[in-house]
Structure formats: structure tokens, C-alpha cells
Design a protein around this ligand. Structure first.
Ligand code: PLP
Length: 394
């Protein structure tokens, strides 16, 4: 039998999906599980968006579209990025894809050569190093540490840049830490990218979900528009995870390259979803602001609750909707604790190593869940903590 392509051995999946599968299995056995493992809003798209998709299907908008996406949607994305992020982009700089993640994958295919080095945040979205290695590159982590409030350490990054470095990946607000990269960090990152001629791939999927202050995209900094690719989408801001819609915003040269890859991979994104996405981008009901205000309340209450659990330490995140909890002082490994929380207390979270080696003392819980569930989760953790306190004391 012929073997599968060697690149598969270099790639990894997502820990969240494994925990989700186990949690579902426990539920089938009749157990109650509070799901805090997936990064999925407990909201749905607004009524105007649902009406728009219904009307689009009824009007027969179910055809192939241009591979880059519907021109009206590309224009709407450009206007939206200008309105919400002050970016000076036109429809020419936008390509629509079936999610942020596929746009990221194609961007990496367009930019990364075998033998290159790709800098990525650790902890971070597990797909970054997986894609880099799958494309024959070396994945080089840069750490986001608690002692630095999870900000990147620019001296570390500078020391890790070599003549082979080609892409610097960043994600602000960051999954899983919730850190929003400071202006000072972004300025130094931009300076390093220019000095070493690096592409910057900036995953801005959580850009609308920030708790205070305006979001600043690194691509706004001088000289950055020509070397950065923004990937973003509708999953988190507009609670449209299952619609599979995202986009890349980049210099035309890169959009042309991505378009070639689209023709080789997905042809076009489903038309009725694209039509309705134009409605979502209008922000006609201010649903994003309302959702973020609710997340902020949950963040404050949940972080306070988690900090009551013996051995837990959680800095309230500045963006996204994850609590990133240091559990070192429980005396258990994060893996063991995550396993016991799921198996014995029915709380599903993810052990931090799923996001990289720097996550080893952490657990991630999503707070995109209703307040009573978050409160119940904290109560279950407090109850279980009696066991680990006893175990640690022994
Ligand atoms: N980027 C980050 C940092 C994420 O956390 C996620 C989803 O969890 C994605 C991208 C994927 O987005 P999409 O659902 O649009 O593919």
C-alpha cells in the first residue's frame, strides 16, 4: 500500500474538538456537562441577517460566484474595515473565503516556502504551527507569558529572526490568552518586519471583541499595509460560526495569488451566505456592541468566580471570550485537572498545552455561555477543589 503524504505527520488538529467529542460521549451516558471548551458564541445572527439569507435563497441566489467573492460583499468588507478599523482598503484588496481559517491556510500556501521559518505566538491558535510545518517550514514559537501580561517579548522575537524567517503570525486579541497587543509592541513588531522584510499575517478574528479602547490593526502602521495580510471572518463578531464565511484583506498582489489558490481549492463561497453577509456588515442593529457588553459582564463575573477556586489565577482578558487560568498552584498538571473537571465535575475546558508548550500550566474556558452556566461551572469547580486540595495536602 502506498503511504499518505509525509506532511500529515507534521500537522495537528485542535484539542478543543477532542474534548468536545469526549464531553458529548459523557452526555450520551446521561451525565451533565457544561460546555466551555469551544470558541463558539451562544448568540445567533440577527433577524435582518436571517431574513436576508431567506430572501437570497428564495431569489435563487444559489449559484457559483466570482472566485474572489461577490463584488458587493468585497466592497462591503472594505467599507466595514474602514468604518471599524480605519483601514484604507478597497474591494480590490479583499477576497472572500469559507471562514477565517481557510483564508489563513491559503495565505500560508501563498507566502511560505519549504525551509522558511514562521514565527507564531505560543500559546496560540494550534493551526498556525501545524500549517507552517505542513508546508515544509520550521515553526518558531514566540512566547506570550503571564509575567508580561501575555504581551509578546520583542527582544525574544528579534533574537529568533534569522535569514530564513519569512512570516510573522500574530493574533490580537489572542486566543487563548485574551491579550490585545499593545501599541508599543505592534510598533516594534512593524519595525522588525520592515527591517527583516517579513510578511505579517494578522489574524483579527476577535478584533470587534475588545473590552475597552479602540482596536488598532498593525497594518495601519507606516509601511505595514504592503506587507500584511489581515484574516478575519463572520464566526465570532457576527455569531455565524456554521455559515463558514471569512475574508483576507491584503495587497492586490497577494489577493491575486489567493484567487489562483481559490480556483484550485474551493471555486467560490456559497452565494446566499455572501448576500446575507452584506447585511451583517451593515451593523444595522448594533448587535455586536450588545453582545460584547454582555461578554464583558460575563468576563468580570467569571474571572472573579475562577479566582475564588483554590489554586486558580485568572487575569481578566482584554479581548476575545476566553478565560485563561493558571492552575499551577493546584499541584495537579493542567491535563490532569482538565480531565478531572470533565470526568468528575462535568465542566469541559481545555488544557493549555493544546495551544503550545507555554500553555502547560493553564486551562482555557470559553465564557461565550450564559451566566447561569458559568456560575454553575464555578460552583462545580469549587466543589471538586476540595478533592484536589486534599490530594495535594496528602
Ligand atoms: N482564528 C482564531 C484565532 C480562532 O480562534 C478561530 C476559531 O476558533 C479561527 C481563526 C477560525 O475562524 P473561522 O470559524 O472563521 O474559520
Amino acid at each position: 500500500m502506498r503511504k499518505l503524504a509525509a506532511r500529515l505527520k507534521e500537522m495537528t488538529g485542535e484539542g478543543a474538538l477532542e474534548v468536545f467529542t469526549r464531553a458529548k460521549e459523557l452526555e450520551r451516558q446521561g451525565r451533565s456537562v457544561i460546555h466551555l471548551e469551544l470558541g463558539e458564541p451562544d448568540y445567533h445572527p440577527t433577524a435582518p441577517v436571517v431574513d436576508a439569507v431567506r430572501a437570497a435563497v428564495a431569489a435563487g441566489r444559489d449559484r457559483y460566484t466570482a472566485s474572489r467573492g461577490l463584488p458587493q460583499l468585497r466592497e462591503a468588507v472594505a467599507e466595514y474595515l474602514h468604518r471599524t478599523r480605519k483601514l484604507k482598503v478597497t474591494a480590490e484588496n479583499v477576497l472572500v473565503g469559507p471562514g477565517c481559517k481557510p483564508c489563513l491556510a491559503l495565505t500560508m500556501m501563498a507566502l511560505v516556502e519549504p525551509g522558511d521559518e514562521v514565527l507564531y505566538p505560543d500559546p496560540g491558535f494550534p493551526i498556525y504551527p501545524s500549517l507552517a510545518r505542513g508546508l515544509g517550514a520550521k515553526a518558531v514559537p514566540y512566547q506570550l507569558l503571564e509575567k508580561n501580561q501575555f504581551q509578546p517579548d520583542l527582544d525574544e522575537i528579534e533574537a529568533k529572526i534569522t535569514p530564513h524567517s519569512s512570516v510573522l503570525l500574530m493574533n490580537s486579541p489572542n486566543n487563548p490568552t485574551g491579550a490585545v497587543y499593545s501599541d508599543a509592541a505592534q510598533e516594534r513588531l512593524a519595525e522588525l518586519a520592515a527591517r527583516h522584510d517579513l510578511w505579517v499575517v494578522t489574524d483579527e478574528i476577535y478584533a470587534r471583541i475588545v473590552y475597552g479602547g479602540e482596536y488598532h490593526s498593525i497594518s495601519l502602521l507606516p509601511g505595514m499595509a504592503e506587507r500584511s495580510v489581515i484574516v478575519d471572518g463572520f464566526s465570532k463578531s457576527f455569531a455565524m460560526t456554521g455559515w463558514r464565511l471569512g475574508y483576507a484583506a491584503a495587497p492586490v498582489k497577494i489577493i491575486d495569488a489567493l484567487d489562483l489558490l481559490v480556483m484550485n481549492v474551493w471555486t467560490s463561497v456559497n452565494e446566499f451566505a455572501q448576500v446575507a453577509a452584506i447585511e451583517a456588515l451593515r451593523d444595522s442593529t448594533n448587535a455586536v456592541e450588545a453582545m460584547v457588553a454582555e461578554y464583558r459582564k460575563r468576563r468580570d463575573a467569571f474571572a472573579a468566580g475562577l479566582n475564588r477556586v483554590p489554586g486558580f489565577r485568572c487575569l481578566p482578558p482584554k479581548g476575545a471570550f476566553y478565560a485563561w487560568v493558571n492552575v499551577e498552584e493546584t499541584g495537579l498538571t493542567a491535563e490532569e485537572l482538565g480531565r478531572r473537571l470533565l470526568e468528575e465535575a462535568g465542566v469541559a475546558g481545555i488544557a493549555g498545552t493544546a495551544f503550545g508548550a507555554a500553555g502547560k500550566d493553564f486551562l482555557r474556558f470559553s465564557f461565550a455561555s450564559a451566566t447561569p452556566l458559568l456560575e454553575a461551572a464555578v460552583e462545580r469547580m469549587l466543589t471538586l477543589s476540595a478533592h484536589w486540595r486534599a490530594a495535594v495536602a496528602r
